[in-house]
Design a protein around this ligand. Sequence first.
Ligand SMILES: Nc1ncnc2c1ncn2[C@@H]1O[C@H](COP(=O)(O)OP(=O)(O)OP(=O)(O)O)[C@@H](O)[C@H]1O
Length: 325
Amino acid sequence: MVLVRNPRFLNLKLQPSTTTPSTFPSCFPIAAASMVTSCASNSISTTDLDRMNVLGSGNGGTVFKVKNKTTSEIYALKKIKEDMDSTSRQQLLREIEILRLVNYSSIVKCHDIFQNPSGEVSILMDYMDLGTLESLRGKVVTEDQLALMARQILQGLNYLHELKIVHRDIKPANLLRSSKEEVKIADFGVSKIVAKSLNKCNSFVGTYAYMSPERLDSEAEGVTEEDRSNVYAGDIWSFGLTMLEILVGYFPLLPQGQKPDQAAIICAVCFGEPPKAPEECSDKLKSFIDCCLRKKASERWTASQLLNHPFLQHLDNGYIDCCLQ
Ligand SMILES: Nc1ncnc2c1ncn2[C@@H]1O[C@H](COP(=O)(O)OP(=O)(O)OP(=O)(O)O)[C@@H](O)[C@H]1O
């Protein structure tokens, strides 16, 4: 068990890439121009929803807790900002495109997407009552609790990677949890469907603090074509860093207490040794983190391999008290 002390979570965000294609691959039926679509089989109307309170807001808009008046079910409704520039609009379209495509227990489900007559777009999603993994700040996280979270996130990543989707922004702020012990991947604004443009998948979008060495500096010495084309490995680096951050309670690429800045982080990722789990952790956990945080993308384990790592295997052997509120 590792104590969480004086933690700090980062949200150092870069400007999204301007190289995003403005059209969607033809395999997706979404009408990109109208942005009106539905993910749901049983459509809900906005008039069925009571707004309860604000859950938070980000660059793209504000998220409300809402209640379906008929069924009393609770959802999160993300109301997208109306004054969007073209890059944000493209991000939104990309997020909608991916939300329509995915349907998996470890990924925040999109129940519906609405557009009112004035053009305002809202996305109705699963409500995750414990918020993001950033809320674990100051909490003690045991290895079993970490393993339970890790398994769900990896199942989600494995599902996405099999669909040829790279998330590209895995970090505590984009992982949501609920009191039912669920952890789900959210925020597909900078995700990408790997089509024919592999080179663009490593483009500099997302949160640089969690970016893998080959994404931060794809031309660095030692980064091979194989590393560059292994776009899914970037998500595994970000996942490993996120798991380590939750365990130790501070951003693990820098010494505890050091003020994060872009130069220090880039130096640590590109020139330093990858961070390791603390000495007092079990050998299984140390190995698990090591398999995620290998500097060479081609040596990092895949989500599917990590799901079979011994650190996660003992989860199937009996009851684990994982209550982490
Ligand atoms: N499905 C949800 N259930 C519960 N809370 C949510 C949900 N989605 C978002 N939130 C809360 O709302 C906040 C804002 O979410 P949002 O997706 O708009 O922005 P973000 O991901 O923090 O930022 P950005 O859009 O700039 O990346 C989150 O930090 C979280 O606390």
